[in-house]
Design a protein around this ligand. Structure first.
Ligand code: AMP
Ligand code: ZN
Length: 140
């Protein structure tokens, strides 16, 4: 995609700080560095988001992730890591070339926070069974 900044990074038309590269996958430092070592893993071929990803691409994109995660953890002595992938504008996606955020964690004031809000009380066990069945239905 000619106007995609991550495609431009793949083709070296924009600068980036690369940490990993193979035939299909590139990982480079996120310019925002939410925490030190914050890295993006992308497929080299443009796809907008996870919803467009086929299983072969998924295999290629995710298979180097544990190795990259461990390298970041060791390089910066991280205590943990959050993986985040925003898909769609309502999910906070701003760059529409699929990317997985690797966000190393150091402590509770390092710049990233888990903000899940539990709605457990809004769903009965029967509701959950019905919802799971609705998804299973779509998987068939
Ligand atoms: P998202 O909101 O999940 O789409 O995240 C997009 C991410 O891309 C943000 O964290 C940006 O900081 C990052 N980003 C945007 N432009 C660049 C760039 N030229 N190099 C590295 N990271 C970038
Ligand atoms: Zn792209």
């Amino acid at each position: 995609m000619s106007d995609c900044i991550f495609c431009k990074i793949v083709h070296n038309e924009l600068p980036s700080a690369k940490v990993y590269e193979d035939e299909h996958v590139l990982a480079f430092l996120d310019i925002s560095q939410v925490t030190k070592g914050h890295t993006l893993v992308i497929p080299k071929l443009h796809i907008d988001d996870l919803f467009q990803m086929d299983s072969g691409t998924a295999e290629r994109v995710f298979s180097p992730v544990p190795e990259i995660a461990n390298a970041i953890k060791e390089a910066f002595h991280a205590e943990g890591m959050n993986l985040l992938n925003n898909n769609g504008a309502f999910a906070g996606q701003e760059v529409f070339h699929y990317h997985l955020h690797l966000i190393p964690r150091y402590d509770h004031t390092d710049g990233f926070a888990k903000t899940f809000i539990s709605h457990q009380n809004d769903y009965s066990p029967a509701d959950l069974q019905e919802m799971a069945a609705a998804v299973r239905n779509k998987l068939q």
